[in-house]
Design a protein around this ligand. Structure first.
Ligand code: ADP
Ligand code: MG
Length: 315
């Protein structure tokens, strides 16, 4: 039977070649880490609870991947480069196969950015995963929610609403052709944090946020903290073909505006720098969805009346 220590040893102790910034990693009472002199340390923490943040029958590897992805998405929205993580695991039982798959999913993403797991905590209880992510950004280049200016263009990365429909598939509320289901479940379970885009945005964006609670909710954080409003046009919202093919236009727009778990970035770019940004960002899928305006709240232009009637006008 595995105890806590052999469990950590077996699945989570993983040393990368000479991490000079990790003076002391897993194994002592705390980790000792070295922040480069010219960088600020950015930290973000997120908890995933089984049955609340993911369906209870989600594959262990997907849980491991997503628990890290949601934290890297927060760092990306700050313009930070990820470096270290800690992992607090609450497990109902010591299930070796589950832990092996969880660790495999987690390190699939961690290894992509040479992220070091430097410590954590392991307890018994209902399945809950907390990851704290640590990254670096030059202090003056930090991306914030508060810098949007009237006239800035509003952009989002990727496509919106896919994870929302993926959740309906995962919950067995809807059946779709298998290629659409695979794509949408991938978008739900394996969100790709926009780390490289976040780094590029240091040079261009006046504000940024990651979309975890739905575009309207998260863009509202930008407009409120920047003391501005936003104007969005329906036809500009980027929708995947899987989403468009599976739903009515009304339903697709509704998910794109309000469904959570997208983990795309929403950010603002000064109009005068838009062309330069588009040239620099051609490796990253980004779409202009509107502009920053003076009137507080979010104004929706050309959205179907059926959608506006459900109460989305007044944000
Ligand atoms: P303490 O009782 O001093 O808090 P623990 O027994 O909780 O120490 O942990 C022992 C070591 O193992 C620590 O270095 C801790 O960071 C690490 N650790 C515990 N759980 C995990 C985990 N789930 N992932 C990574 N490291 C862990
Ligand atoms: Mg402990």
């Amino acid at each position: 039977l595995l105890n806590e220590f052999t469990l950590i040893e077996e699945f989570f102790t993983k040393k990368l070649p000479s991490p000079t910034d990790v003076l002391l990693g897993i194994g002592d009472d705390g980790a000792v880490l070295k922040v480069p002199a010219d960088q600020a340390l950015v930290i973000a923490v997120d908890t995933l609870v089984a049955g609340v943040h993911f369906p209870v029958d989600t594959a262990a590897a997907d849980i491991g991947f997503k628990a890290l992805a949601v934290n890297l998405s927060d760092l990306a929205a700050m313009g930070a480069y990820p470096r270290w993580i800690t992992l607090a695991l609450t497990l109902p039982a010591m299930d070796t196969a589950w832990l092996q798959a969880f660790a495999q999913g987690l390190f699939t993403l961690a290894d992509q950015y040479q992220i070091q797991l430097v410590g954590g905590d392991t307890t018994r209880g209902p399945l809950t995963i907390t990851i704290q992510a640590h990254g670096f950004v030059p202090a003056q280049q930090t991306l914030r929610r508060s810098g949007a200016k009237i006239g800035d263009k509003i952009y989002v990365s990727g496509t919106l609403g896919d994870a929302g429909l993926g959740l309906q598939i995962a919950l067995h509320n809807i059946n779709l052709p298998s290629t659409e289901e695979q794509f949408l479940l991938q978008r739900l379970n394996r969100p790709l944090p926009r780390v490289e885009l976040g780094l590029l945005l240091r040079q261009f964006a006046t504000s940024a946020i990651d979309i975890s609670d739905g575009l309207l909710a998260d863009l509202t954080h930008i407009t409120e903290q920047s003391h501005v409003g936003a104007t969005l046009t329906a036809e500009q919202l980027p929708l995947s073909s899987a989403l468009s093919r599976s739903l009515s236009h009304h339903e697709a727009l509704q998910l794109a505006l309000t469904a959570g778990d997208d983990y795309e970035l929403c950010f603002t770019i000064p109009a005068a720098r838009e062309q330069e940004f588009l040239l620099a960002s051609n490796q990253h899928p980004c779409t202009c969805i509107g502009f920053i305006s003076e009137e507080p709240g979010i104004t929706l232009v050309d959205f179907p009346h059926s959608l506006l009637a459900t109460g989305y006008r007044h944000f």
